[in-house]
Design a protein around this ligand. Structure first.
Ligand code: AMP
Ligand code: MG
Length: 426
């Protein structure tokens, strides 16, 4: 057996998060594939999408009304002669031109005719035969979206690295893209450890616990753009644990749950050390999740080389996440997620907290940055938040009831009702 890890490396939350972000910035996605437009929803774009023509392609009427010359309606009411009508999708080769004293009836989405420089909304007009009375002044350019003002032909509208949502799909559709290149999902291995942990299909004995971490992690991995690879449960026994770590290192990233605390049977760090692991941190000053471990193992110790798209990485990264179910969930969000997202090709982004008014006082201890399951309520701009009332890091039911986490700085012992507190959404 090799020696134990090089001694504890305990970081503050911010330092640990920044360190993960720095490693994440060095990662590349595993490959690209073509998807049909609708199949791409939620996937990560792997190519730029550019405008195939000017947007809008013609000066577009933004209102139903009358296309006029602004100088003709400087004094109101103004009487103009209606010389025609242009509807959206109407003839392309219309020769209508608005001269002084004239107006053209026009519909939203139609091309504003030459000569006109503004559109008076129909609400501010009254029509009689071929005469229209304009009752509101208007300035040049009003209610006309100039050709090419939203985008010029070949402008980049979507950048690689963005997650395809409904708005991105609308952009792709508007430039005629029936298919898009997206990044292949990274394979993220999940290894739950613990002698007491049993499969969910087994009937647990009194001293056993069903494996829930594999499933919460699988869901979080999918939400972060990865494909979860579920490994069998590892017992607290070095040989089998090692075997499963070898399997896990074949994935793009290995997440291990449990076995990273100080207990006699917490063997994960020791097992990883036998793969010549380098530990970047072995604990973070957070609650829940203090014993979180992050590090790398040189490739070649059971790890496959990465494909040609990726920078030739000499390492496989791993996290050891504390096994308490809420700790596993929170530490994935705080530390593992940026690595999964980077492997998925998502453009890096910072973790941001929102603020909400605390509903009832919180008393806690100093020393750790806390992420406590909480319930956000209220309405519109009156967001209120309160603790979900949990029994500690094992309380999955309280966490399932919660919809966010209240973030408590390490130096606060008491937070009063009515204070604005940072909130991490879930
Ligand atoms: P550990 O981090 O291994 O010391 O485990 C801490 C606590 O989390 C113990 O109460 C374990 O029973 C529980 N636990 C560990 N792994 C899992 C898991 N996969 N699913 C549910 N609970 C777990
Ligand atoms: Mg354990």
């Amino acid at each position: 057996m090799q020696s134990a890890p090089q001694g504890p490396i305990i970081l503050t939350f911010e330092d640990a998060r920044h360190l993960v972000e720095r490693y994440a910035a060095t990662l590349c996605p595993r490959g690209k594939e073509l998807t049909q437009l609708l199949g791409g929803i939620g996937l990560i774009l792997a190519e730029p999408v550019s405008a195939d023509r000017d947007f809008p392609p013609f000066p577009r009427a933004a209102r139903d009304g009358y296309a006029v010359r602004a100088t003709d309606v400087e004094s109101i009411p103004a009487e103009l002669t209606v010389i025609g009508e242009i509807r959206a999708g109407g003839p392309e080769d219309s020769e209508i031109r608005v001269e002084s004293g004239q107006a053209v009836s026009i519909m939203t989405g139609a091309a504003s005719p030459p000569g006109a420089d503004a559109i008076v909304m129909v609400e501010h007009t009254s029509r009689k035969d071929n005469q229209v009375e304009i009752n509101k002044k208007i300035s040049a350019g009003e209610n006309i979206v100039p050709a090419g003002s939203e985008a010029k032909q070949s402008d980049r509208l979507l950048a690689p690295g963005m997650r395809l949502d409904h708005a991105a799909l609308a952009v792709a559709a508007s430039v005629g893209r029936t298919h898009l290149l997206v990044y292949s999902k990274p394979r993220i291995a999940i290894l739950a450890t613990g002698d007491e942990i049993v499969d969910i299909s087994a009937l647990p004995r009194r001293n056993q616990i069903r494996n829930s971490n594999t499933y919460s992690l699988a869901a979080q991995i999918q939400a972060a753009g990865g494909e979860p690879i579920l490994l069998p449960i590892a017992p607290d026994e070095p040989a089998r644990l090692r075997e499963l770590i070898v399997d896990g290192l074949e994935a793009d990233l290995l997440l291990i749950s449990g076995g990273v605390s100080m207990g006699k049977y917490d063997l994960v760090e020791q097992a990883l050390a036998e793969f010549n692991a380098e530990f970047f941190f072995t604990a973070v000053q957070v609650q829940p999740g203090r014993p979180t471990v992050f590090g790398q193992v040189p490739c070649g110790t059971g790890a496959l080389p990465r494909d040609e798209l990726s920078a030739p990485s000499k390492h496989k990264y791993f996290f050891g996440l504390p096994g308490n179910p809420v700790s596993t969930m929170v530490t994935f969000e705080l530390f593992a997620r940026p690595m999964v997202e980077a492997l998925a090709g998502i453009t890096p982004r910072k973790l941001v907290f929102f603020h909400a008014k605390l509903k009832s006082e919180i008393k806690t201890k100093t020393g750790l940055k806390r992420f406590l399951p909480a319930i956000l309520s209220g309405e519109f701009d009156q967001a209120e938040v309160e603790l979900a009332g949990w029994q500690g890091s094992g309380d999955i039911a309280a966490t399932a009831r919660a919809n966010c986490y209240i973030v408590i700085p390490p130096d606060r012992e008491k937070i009063l009702a009515g204070e604005w507190v940072p909130v991490m959404m879930r």
